[in-house]
Design a protein around this ligand. Structure first.
Ligand code: ADP
Ligand code: MG
Ligand code: MG
Length: 939
């Protein structure tokens, strides 16, 4: 998954069956394609040998591939088999049934597993118990379901008790199984079971699940079975093979559940890849005090620090650790209680890290002091941790610089630029409570208690902090829009922590003093009541929570860039710079910035931009005190009046250009001539009408009313039905050549001035919106004439180029003719996308979500470049342009220039540079390196 290329998440979740069906079609198509070949569907692992290995994530899913790899490496992994993702496709192709031929293959593998395990599914004396685990190519934490202890029934549970002489354990396993099977397969709400469980605990006067004895657990099981009977009108299925088939199909179904679909949409994971199902012999962390279950990371996933990191629970099973049932212990405590298992775990996980050359996120179980590995995968981490880890790995010689460049998601660098609190201000506010620092970053906002409210308020522009007892997978849309996430329960590996880190959202979890009443929308913290809408702030790096609105402060790196902090004082900045230096070794494309102010240009230069790809001159018109002059220019009735106003603008623009040139230290600066329709600089028509009406109603006469009337008349004259397609871009320069003259003069005068002072600059004068070479020719004549005159006046020679934006499809298709006049092209992919799709960029919001829901569009084409449809237009522009002028300079200056996925396309067509906003420059440098490394020479 490249970019955290999270476009805006789409919140509407398809709930209807028909929708799910239509989405399943893609899966079906894939299945039909695959079945054409004879395929192996089931992959065994056990006894030190596996059919699969780590590279087979497409077929085995991430979990299956990891289990195979660990088995082959001789690690202690309970045996089992993986039902491939192809079977998931078949399941959907056969309208929700697993074909019989596959059933037969599964039966063969069940027998093989029974042999390896030395136990038999359904045996009353020596029953084999298995887990049925989902697992797709990309990990989707908590999105799909797992069932443990499958194979138990009323008879087998007694057999298990007899074999282990541990009745408590046997019935603890059974009650877990009935509940998981009941909720996942039979779709009975979890709360119904929890209600029964709590009743039993209450009756027995105990608070922890581990305090329930065998008798109590027998009671829980019979209550659960009654629940099943009353909800499904049949008894809990007793036949283990039937249980297995039902569980397997439920995992396939869970692939299409709404929250899994939503998750995939946010992270750009395609629906058609499907999930695998892993059937694996159970090992038990719930046999008593010598058993445990846990999860961990080989390095700290929040800070990147090289420390063993994780949590475990004694006498527990499966999700207990992450579900916050009891508070887990830090993994370092395991050393004290089970030193041998701990040492082995450390050894194994370090080996895994070396083998995968990446941080591992692992799951394990200890059964009677024997360690078993249940999962390993590359760990998700914050952007901060990603940079720390990659630079550490290089220092440790675990990976090369090139591998480090490929390992770090470019978005991580953007996370590192996120703001923090001012330390002094932060310190002055008392700490209300402390939680676990799960994901770094400063968050401040108004409290909301539900994901829905978070979405509603943030849509209205209110920054919110989502406060929950714990988050669940169906909260992700609310988490996505929040400034940060604060939970009362859960550890560093809880849902809120994992997802927060992945989204780059500051999160503090397990703030156990926090008492939340989600229904009443209040919570209390350190004795203070907090209502919905109150301000809360927290620091995700320390876990401190405070009851105040706190302004945030630029990141350390930004402080170094602006000179507030000495570079030597910031370790993270040093690492950030290392990553970028390494990136620069591998990238081919240049990276420029879009900037129109000298300070922006300075920042961009500090971030490594070597040149300005787009300086929007009209932004300068909005500068202080300038708008009145601009308006005078627009309102002028005669050329003479217009020239007078332009003469006033000239020195102002010249100063701006001079500043930008200087800030770029000799690097090229592309200046775009005025582009937007003129009425953008005037007051709104409706506002003026109201103002005039009000004055008239007051019976006013005189200058003010007259002025407003004139303005209104002019605004009405300028009114356009489709301003985006109207009197803008080069069309302005053609109808008002004096604007082009003034802007050229300002540019060349600034260049002459700098040259005279010994500075260096090559302005690139860019004419926007050209669709026909004659438009460009018209403007170029003006530019060349004025430039020549200015240089003569000043007695200085300054170099400059004249080129155009390619942003109208006709411009791209006639690029050979245009290139005869243009020394450079810059692809304006915003307008080009708009005009190729015929989607107004300002109106797409009205239907984009529906388009994405219906899978008509995968992503917002204004965020990620549409390679399929707009790609060929750019390609045509590139090829035709190069044919006519082989040394033509080609760049891109649309929003896409800072988007990692889009950058791969620009690399593949061989552009010379990308240009993006100053803050995206680091992302673009890394993404350009990754693109260059991925695109083979000659591709
Ligand atoms: P997820 O994809 O949500 O992480 P898993 O399939 O990894 O789900 O299962 C969740 C947990 O269930 C595991 O971390 C592990 O603790 C437990 N589990 C799964 N399979 C087994 C097994 N064969 N023996 C013991 N515990 C298991
Ligand atoms: Mg897992
Ligand atoms: Mg444009």
């Amino acid at each position: 998954m490249a970019k955290k290329r999270v476009g805006k998440p789409v919140r509407a979740v398809a709930k209807t069956k028909t929708k799910t069906k239509s989405k399943a079609k893609a899966i079906v198509r894939r299945a039909v394609k695959r079945t054409a070949r004879a395929t192996k569907y089931i992959y065994f692992f056990g006894n030190g040998k596996a059919d699969g290995e780590r590279s087979m994530r497409d077929t085995l899913g991430g979990k299956g591939a990891g289990l195979a790899e660990m088995t082959n490496a001789g690690l202690p992994v309970p045996p089992g088999f993986t039902i491939s993702t192809d079977v998931c496709s078949l399941y959907y192709a056969h309208k929700g049934r697993t074909p019989e031929s596959v059933e037969a293959e599964i039966a063969v593998h069940v027998r093989k597993l029974e042999k390896a395990a030395g136990a038999v599914l359904g045996s009353t004396t020596n029953p084999l118990l298995v887990s049925v685990r989902s697992g797709s190519k990309f990990s989707m934490p908590g999105m799909m379901d797992t069932i443990l202890n499958l194979g138990l029934n009323d008879v087998a549970v007694e057999g298990l008790k007899a074999r282990t002489s541990n009745g408590r354990f046997a019935f603890d396993s059974y009650r877990r199984f009935v509940q998981m099977f009941g909720s996942v397969v039979l779709e009975i709400p979890k709360a119904v079971f929890e209600h029964e469980f709590d009743s039993v605990k209450r009756e027995r006067g105990v608070s922890l699940d581990t305090d329930l004895d065998e008798q109590a657990l027998r009671d829980v099981v019979s209550r659960y079975k009654r629940v099943v009977r009353s909800k499904t009108k049949r008894d809990f299925p007793q036949e283990p093979h039937e249980q297995l088939a039902m569980a397997r199909d439920a995992v396939f179904r869970s692939w299409m559940n709404p929250r899994a679909q939503e998750y995939r949409r946010i992270y750009d994971i395609p629906d058609h890849i499907g999930t695998a199902v892993n059937v694996q012999m159970m090992v038990f962390g719930n046999t008593g005090g010598r058993s445990a279950t846990g999860v961990g990371f080989t390095r700290n996933p929040a800070t990147g620090a090289k420390e063993f990191y994780g949590e475990f629970l004694i006498n527990a099973q499966g999700e207990d650790v992450v579900a916050g049932i009891r508070t887990p212990q830090p993994i370092t405590e395991l050393k004290k209680v089970m030193p041998k298992a701990y040492a082995q775990l450390r050894d194994i996980t370090s080996r895994l890290e070396r083998n995968y050359k990446d941080v591992q996120d692992f799951e394990f179980t200890v059964e009677d002091e024997r360690l078993f590995m249940l999962q390993t995968r590359n760990g998700k981490r914050t952007g901060y941790a990603a940079v720390v880890i990659a630079t550490d790995f290089v220092a440790e010689r675990l990976i090369t610089q090139k591998e480090a460049v490929l390992q770090v998601d470019p978005e991580s660098l953007s996370q590192l630029l996120a703001p923090g609190f001012d330390p002094a201000e932060w310190k002055a506010i008392p700490v209300a409570t402390k939680g676990l620092p799960a994901s770094p970053g400063a968050a401040s906002g108004q409290v909301v208690f539900t994901a829905e409210q978070a979405v509603k308020w943030s849509d209205a522009g209110t920054p919110v902090v989502l406060v929950r007892r714990e988050t669940a997978p169906d909260d992700i849309h609310g988490m996505f829009v929040s400034q940060g996430i604060l939970t009362a329960t859960g550890g560093m590996t809880s849902h809120a922590a994992v997802v927060g880190r992945q989204m780059g959202k500051p999160s503090v979890v397990g703030a156990s003093e926090l008492e939340i009443d989600e229904d009443a929308k209040v919570c209390s913290m350190g004795g203070q009541a907090i209502r919905e809408g109150d301000f809360v702030s927290f620091d995700g790096l320390t876990g401190e929570v405070k009851l105040a609105k706190v302004a945030s402060k630029p990141s350390e790196i930004l402080q170094v860039m602006t000179g507030e902090l000495k570079a030597g004082k910031s370790d993270i900045c040093r690492r950030f710079m290392l990553m970028l230096t390494w990136s620069d070794k591998y990238r081919r494309m240049g990276v420029r910035a879009n900037a129109d102010q000298p300070d922006q240009a300075e920042l961009a230069y500090a971030f490594g931009a070597r040149g300005i790809g787009l300086c929007r001159t009209e932004h300068m018109f909005f500068g202080e005190g300038r708008l009145p002059i601009v308006r005078r220019m627009i309102l002028a009735d005669t050329e003479v009046d217009r020239r007078a106003a332009l003469a006033e603008l000239l020195p102002l623009q010249r100063e701006d250009f001079y500043g930008v040139f200087k800030a770029m230290h000799g690097e090229p600066v592309t200046i775009r001539m005025i582009d937007p329709p003129l009425h953008e600089f005037l007051p709104k028509r409706e506002d003026l009408m109201v103002a005039v009406a009000k004055l008239e109603a007051k019976g006013a006469t005189g200058a003010e009313l007259e002025e407003k009337r004139v303005l209104l008349r002019r605004v009405e004259q300028l009114h356009e039905f489709n301003p985006m397609l109207g009197h803008r871009g080069v069309r302005l320069g053609i109808t008002y050549p004096e604007i082009t003259e003034m802007q050229t003069r300002a540019i060349i005068e600034a260049a002459c001035q700098l040259t005279k002072e010994g500075g260096k600059v090559t302005p690139e004068i860019m004419i926007p919106l050209v669709g026909d070479v004659r438009e460009l020719r018209d403007q170029k004549m003006i530019v060349d004439r004025v430039a020549k005159a200015v240089m003569k006046e000043r007695g200085v020679r300054a170099k400059y180029l004249v080129g155009t934006m390619i942003e109208v499809p006709r411009g791209a298709m006639t690029a050979d003719k245009i290139a005869a006049e243009a020394q450079f092209f810059s692809f304006g992919t915003n307008d080009l996308t708009q005009l190729t799709f015929g989607f107004s960029r300002d109106d797409i919001g009205k239907f984009l979500r529906v388009y994405q829901d219906k899978k008509i569009l995968d992503r917002d084409p204004f965020a990620t470049f549409d390679v399929e449809g707009v790609g060929p237009v750019v390609r045509a522009g590139v090829e035709l342009g190069r044919r006519a002028r082989p040394d033509i300079k080609l760049g891109v200056c649309g929003e896409h220039g800072g988007d990692a996925a889009s950058i791969h396309f620009f690399e593949s067509v061989g552009l010379n540079y990308v240009s993006c906003s100053p803050y995206r420059v680091p992302v673009a440098r890394l993404a350009a390196a990754q693109a260059a490394l991925a695109v083979k020479v000659g591709d």
